[in-house]
Design a protein. Sequence first.
Lengths: 114, 111
Amino acid sequence: GAGVSQSPSNKVTEKGKDVELRCDPISGHTALYWYRQRLGQGLEFLIYFQGNSAPDKSGLPSDRFSAERTGESVSTLTIQRTQQEDSAVYLCASSGIGGSGEQYFGPGTRLTVT
Amino acid sequence: SQQGEEDPQALSIQEGENATMNCSYKTSINNLQWYRQNSGRGLVHLILIRSNEREKHSGRLRVTLDTSKKSSSLLITASRAADTASYFCATDSSQRYQLIWGAGTKLIIKP
């Protein structure tokens, strides 16, 4: 596709339920990032995938959070047993070079936990 | 801990005026980037300036970098209503693939 896409765009879930967020990166981009953005704040790094290397999961806030990526394609971020503090916009970005260069962002998934 | 911190937190100016936002960071960097975020287009990359560069231009945008002061500024000239957005600086970190983000400057352009 032309850009990074994410689905769903909005998700409302009850506390305790699991949610799965999806990211389709730009075709050919080897690096993929997940971020969390709380209202009025900057981006909080969650996880980084680079090609077939082991992902850097150092930003995941708890073991309720996990992410997968198959090769250089789609990634899913799963949050188990959601809590109200998980409410945020989850942004996915991809990059062609995997370094600290320009990142291309998707529109995000707004997650609301009630 | 937060690497980039933008200043001011919020800025409201008249259309046609210039807007200046600042970013300070704490550790040495390879490059610094500025991004814009609005409801219409999400988060979009504006400009990247490398540590060996002092100034860079892109259209109505001018970015400066002072590595001795660990600071950068973003100047938007002849502002337009469409420039209304939040502006973030992002710097690389010791893990070179990871960007560290500030909390952003919210810019409002009044018609």
